[in-house]
Write a protein that binds this ligand. Sequence first.
Ligand code: SF4
Length: 480
Amino acid sequence: MPNADMVQNTPVQKNDSAGHGGHAQPSGSADRKGCMQTESSAARGRWQHRETVNQANAPHGRGGHSISERTTHHACSVSDSGAPTPGPDNNDVTAATITATAGSAATAITATTDTTTATAASANITAATDTAAASTAATTASLTTTSPLAVPRAVCDVCPRHCRLAPGRRGACFVRSCHADGLIYCDTYGVSSGFAIDPIEKKPLNHFLPGTTALSFGTAGCNSACQFCQNWELSAARSWSRLGSHASPVDIAEAAASRGARSVAFTYNDPIVFAEYAIDTADACRERGVHPIAVSAGYMTACAARDFYAHMDAANIDLKGFTEDFYRRVTGTHLAAVLRTIEIACATPDCWVELTTLLIPGLNDDDAQLHAECAWIREHVGPDVPLHFSAFHPAFRMMDEPPTPPGTLTRARRIALDEGLHFVYTGNVRDAEGATTYCPGCGEALVARDWFRVTLDRLSAPEGDGRCPTCGQTIPGVWK
Ligand code: SF4
């Protein structure tokens, strides 16, 4: 059962969108030293496959890279995972080592890249100002690693990093590891960094049960490396010391229901790195009439995204910028994979999706980038997907950057509306107009908010029916 004293009721005035917004991590976590190594089947990685090393074909006595037993738990199809095929979605630190050396004698070395490399790569990502430098460092590290080539690797297909792990090794996210049975597990299954009761508007979700609350929780670790992360103490954690007491999926669902929370939100760190825990909790929530919500950066494989969002009733996905250069340098991830996730999530039946872009002065707030982003949203997922522009506040490795001026948010919102998006909001600032839902048909104000407090609601049941009371236009969202 989530410890009652870990549940806080004091919201802060920033949203929760992964890696940047809320810094709302509860402070009531008890210390929990050391790593937990669970081998329960529930914690077993859903998306992974095995990779073997064909020594008979090995050049110069090195193992050849032979793709393998793609048979284990919930393995991605080859086309989905893209593990052996370099491409825009796996062109990251780990995959880059594969790409750089595929088809050569060095393939054997890179094929056995293990978590020593992955961890080094992760450290390099967070330390480096340029992910290209991190990739180079990772490649160098892999080439100089003495690898036990006879040991098959488990390949994690959760995110485009596709970490290749020998038993005892950890992925770049730190919280998924290969156990003695040769399978990858989610080591934070069943433990949380703490719980908080938040307004749903703080996720942020403006078209999903406005005025209700969500029981929010996260774990530790992350597969992104955002230099502006506001939850870096959890996301960049390299120990379990920030995690609190155990809480089973059923415990969490019942805690939410007993506190009157309509939803449970997986947030603070990216839930894809604890996806098995989040999915089991989501299922337990649905059985009790509680809605599961994911707040994520969307950096995951297609097969993981399809499975993950099928278990969610709502999601907020970060679209952190709209150039590959920004994604690579500032987040250590890649834009194409995130765009694919957004398309998958938006196409998932019964999963309501909203998007968030944190605007950082001089990095992702120019008119051209904003026009391109909004045009992509309109053309690929439609103008009815709500978009939140949030204000940046200096944090983590970007303490010297200035906060976002309110005028930047207003300009971005105007660009988005001009591009044809119907529902555009500003966040992390007090802005009555940017916090209001207007009817795209007649312009009537339908839901008004003051920070996270709903001050007007003409859409939600029982008075509302999800349609504009003035012109009758249906407003997309979940209103009861
Ligand atoms: S989720 Fe973690 S272990 Fe899996 S590929 Fe991504 S960084 Fe590696």
